[in-house]
Design a protein around this ligand. Structure first.
Ligand code: GSH
Length: 210
């Protein structure tokens, strides 16, 4: 049994989608980051960087923060969605790192400047929208060569997809990135993704391109 501490954000959804995909039983604990619940002392014991998602594995007592670490842990624990060894494993880690160090932080800045604070910092808006477009182009090229980012469906896709589901916030037209659009729709159709998307609460349907 896994305890999942999460909220209705792309990073949170990575963990809930993964738990749904691998079929591990889990208990959801909502941490409302809009109400600063991520700073409560009990949560900080599990997630000292005061961010969701975090998990506790009740089988072992292990606590983990950082969504990338959580995805690798759950893949290794269940033997699913990531090769155990060899080149394929490093390709999955490569694209997971691309998401964690690049796409996530950059697209997060687009949400901050373009969605929540438009008109306040034109330089930042232009810089981060351009970077978002560059990242979408890189992803589109990769998905032109592979069905999923690292070959088979894996934790790399699970890390990236929830960020792409905010394409409207990012002022991205998915028609400009046809391979990303094909991949996005295929993953949106997975029952585990549809369930994991609505954790810890229903936020309406998965955004669909026009
Ligand atoms: N690198 C971290 C980032 C996690 C993160 O940024 N979480 C956000 C929500 S998506 C959060 O908890 N923000 C609360 C805060 O910054 O106080 C991960 O991938 O787990």
């Amino acid at each position: 049994m896994i305890d999942l501490y999460t909220w209705t954000t792309p990073n949170g959804r990575k963990a809930s989608i993964m738990l749904e995909e691998v079929g591990l039983p889990y208990t959801v604990h909502a941490v409302d980051i809009g109400k600063d619940e991520q700073f409560k002392p009990d949560f900080l014991k599990i997630s000292p960087n005061n961010k969701i998602p975090a998990i506790v594995d009740r089988d072992t007592g292990l606590t983990l923060m950082e969504s990338g670490a959580i995805l690798i842990y759950l893949a290794d624990k269940t033997g699913q969605l990531m090769p155990k060894s060899g080149e394929g494993r490093y390709k999955v880690i490569e694209w997971l790192m691309w998401q964690m160090a690049g796409a996530g932080p950059m697209l997060g800045q687009v949400h901050h400047f373009v969605k929540y604070n438009p008109g306040k910092a034109p330089y930042a808006e232009e810089r981060f929208v351009k970077e978002a477009q560059r990242l979408y182009k890189v992803l589109d090229a990769q998905l032109g060569k592979h069905e999923y980012v690292a070959g088979d469906y894996s934790i790399a896709d699970i890390a990236i997809w929830p960020w792409i589901s905010r394409f409207e916030w990012q002022t991205i037209d998915l028609d400009a990135y046809p391979n990303v659009k094909r991949w996005y729709l295929a993953i949106a159709g997975r029952p585990a993704v549809q369930k994991g998307y609505q954790v810890p609460k229903d936020m309406g349907p998965i955004p669909m391109p026009k």
